[in-house]
Ligand binder design. Structure first.
Ligand code: SF4
Length: 243
């Protein structure tokens, strides 16, 4: 029987109004059907990856390697997956032909970050998510004004898929406490001044007192990489909206 996504979303919101993130995630994975987690293996990622590993180590974890990541992220992905015993991490990369045609020199980010994120993140992820009913994200309300109303579970506009956001209401302090409580390995760049980590060309160090995401696409209005779709089109946000 096809998944009745709107009904299931309503049930999950009703049944888990007071649940912990772990309780919500455990039940949601059991009820949703074909589900994958999408992880950047960034600064906060170990929290949700640890929860998933406790529930089902074989759950598909999709890691988007844009081929422009810090080498530290690629190494951390391997180390953390091994540490947690995750057995089904799938590395997703941009289409080689599309890269050759649209970014042959690897410098598209200098002139058009939207097109670059579309080519290196949004399109590969959309291909990878075909066949899934739902995906798990690590998005949190406190990260940006564009995420302020984020629910734990929502319909992905335009695709019919469900998005599970177990950490939607978590604060930065809760993330830090969970990492400490479970003695989880940190991304090595966090200690070097990168509290939010994306592609190497588009991520800079953050100074004391700055917003943690200030180092992402610094000097531009861009705040989101565009992997969250509206009607099949990547969602955009202006940096001013996220202040
Ligand atoms: Fe390209 Fe920068 Fe987007 Fe990475 S973050 S895909 S390098 S524009």
């Amino acid at each position: 029987m096809p998944l009745d996504a709107p009904s299931l979303i309503a049930e999950l919101l009703r049944d888990h109004a007071e649940s912990t993130a772990q309780g919500f995630l455990t039940d949601a994975i059991a009820r949703v059907g074909r589900v994958a987690m999408v992880s950047s293996f960034g600064a906060d990622s170990a929290v949700l990856l640890h929860m998933v590993a406790q529930i089902d180590r074989d759950l598909p974890v999709l890691f988007i390697d844009t081929l422009a990541l810090f080498p530290e992220t690629v190494a951390y992905q391997k180390d953390l997956a091994a540490h947690l015993g995750l057995s089904n991490v799938q590395t997703i990369t941009p289409d080689r032909t599309a890269l050759f045609e649209r970014d042959p020199e690897g410098l598209l980010y200098q002139s058009d970050t939207e097109s670059c994120c579309q080519l290196r993140k949004a399109e590969p992820l959309e291909r990878a998510l075909q066949g899934y009913d739902a995906w798990i994200t690590g998005r949190k309300r406190h990260q940006a004004a564009t995420r302020a109303d984020l629910d734990r579970v929502e319909m992905e506009p335009g695709t019919g898929r469900i998005r599970l956001n177990p950490l939607a209401d978590w604060t930065a302090a809760q993330i830090g406490a969970y990492l400490d409580a479970h003695d989880l390995p940190r991304h090595p760049l966090v200690a070097r001044g990168y509290p939010s980590i994306g592609c190497q060309p588009c991520t800079s160090r953050v100074l004391s007192g700055e917003d943690p995401r200030a180092g992402r696409w610094r000097g531009t209005e861009k705040t989101e990489c565009g992997i969250h779709f509206i009607g099949g089109v990547p969602q955009r946000a202006r940096k001013a909206d996220a202040a």
